[in-house]
Ligand binder design. Sequence first.
Ligand code: UD1
Length: 423
Amino acid sequence: MDCFEINGGPRLRGTVNISGSKNAALPILAATILCEGETVLHRVPDLADVRQMTHLLEKLGLSVERTGPGTLRIRVEDEMNCHAEYKEVSKMRASVCVMGPLLAKRKQAQVAMPGGCSIGDRPVDLHIQGMTALGADFELTNGDMLLKAKKLKGAEIFLGGAFGSTVTGTANVMMAAVLADGRTIIESAACEPEIVDLSEFLNKCGANIKGYGTPRITIEGTGSLTGCEHTILPDRIEAGTFAIAAAITNGDLSLKCARLEHMLAVVDRLRKIGVIIERAEDGVAVSSARRLEPIDITTQPYPGFPTDLQAQVMALLCLADGNSVLCEKVFPDRFLHVAELNRMGARLRKEGPTVIVQGVKRLVGAPVMASDLRASAGLVLAGLVARGRTVVRRAYHIDRGYERIEEKLSAVGADVRRVDEEL
Ligand code: UD1
């Protein structure tokens, strides 16, 4: 099993190409189930999660061909299979995004109920609520969610839950509603840029979706969708991770293709602690030249500070000049990295969904265990600045969501390499 070995110290300098967004690519890949003809997607990141989604699509009767770096050609060949099995869904929760397209296009979706995961319970009740509001019959059978509908009917659907809107739930309901009879209104819809990218993709295919990017999305159902050519938007979470990498190493990075307008909560917090972050010609420029100030951060649905950058910013605040408070409002149990950071000399105290971060002068390298995708990224960032050697075990978590992270970091000066854990 691979791990990352990091010798902390070097300041990162240079340019990092930001890849296509994982969280936009996954639902857009699922949406191709809806399309007649061929779809060509560009800037699709080469990630374990994307390979997992294309594998699932192939099982569902689609042909997926990688025709160049970042380009996939996709076509529906056979519509018989409507079953996303547990062995697929348990590897990647976002597999649940095939539910809406299967139900709308093939009139039936059998999707294994995802279990909990290392960041919490992660229910799918809002997805099911949306599908049944559109007229689907639902039953739970042998651990699978079985949804059937001869014809979905537009409806008014409220998708807010105890922790705010749901991103993949909004994607799923939209993908079901595009082929429904009549108008669907989703209230408390997720406003994430990835939902905007999915909506723009669906509209190019012939859907009629309005209001995306706001909490009220209106969808006029249409008879059929036809595949199109689309370029996936740049990954704001990868960009935020590299911005924090620049800040934590007192470095200077240009994040090529990054979109500042998708990162305003991150930009605001980083500027307030002393990081210089500006729009550049083709992306975002980030640098830092001094010890950073502490700050309080609360994660929230977009446009708030993303939960997917909570672990990374925690690593940064470990070294701030004073005490910070990090409050997790999206996944209140998403703190498995806390104990690992403490092994590196951090002073973190967890109180319910909040972590009090007492700034220390330095972190020290240690063997640590990655527990989920973004927690692992936080540990890698801590390793970049810790004195001595850090080994982040279970690199496969990072490979789910970061394209060749060790190559990108090495190219801007980090001392990081991928090694086989057995060695
Ligand atoms: C997506 C992202 C993930 C990100 C998360 C929050 C993808 C593929 N993944 O995950 O990287 O961390 O948004 O920004 O885009 N909830 C319910 N009932 C539901 C669905 C969700 O209560 O039916 C709760 C969740 O437990 C969580 C909150 O709503 O507390 C937000 O979750 P959600 O937005 O659905 O996360 P995902 O779409 O799974």
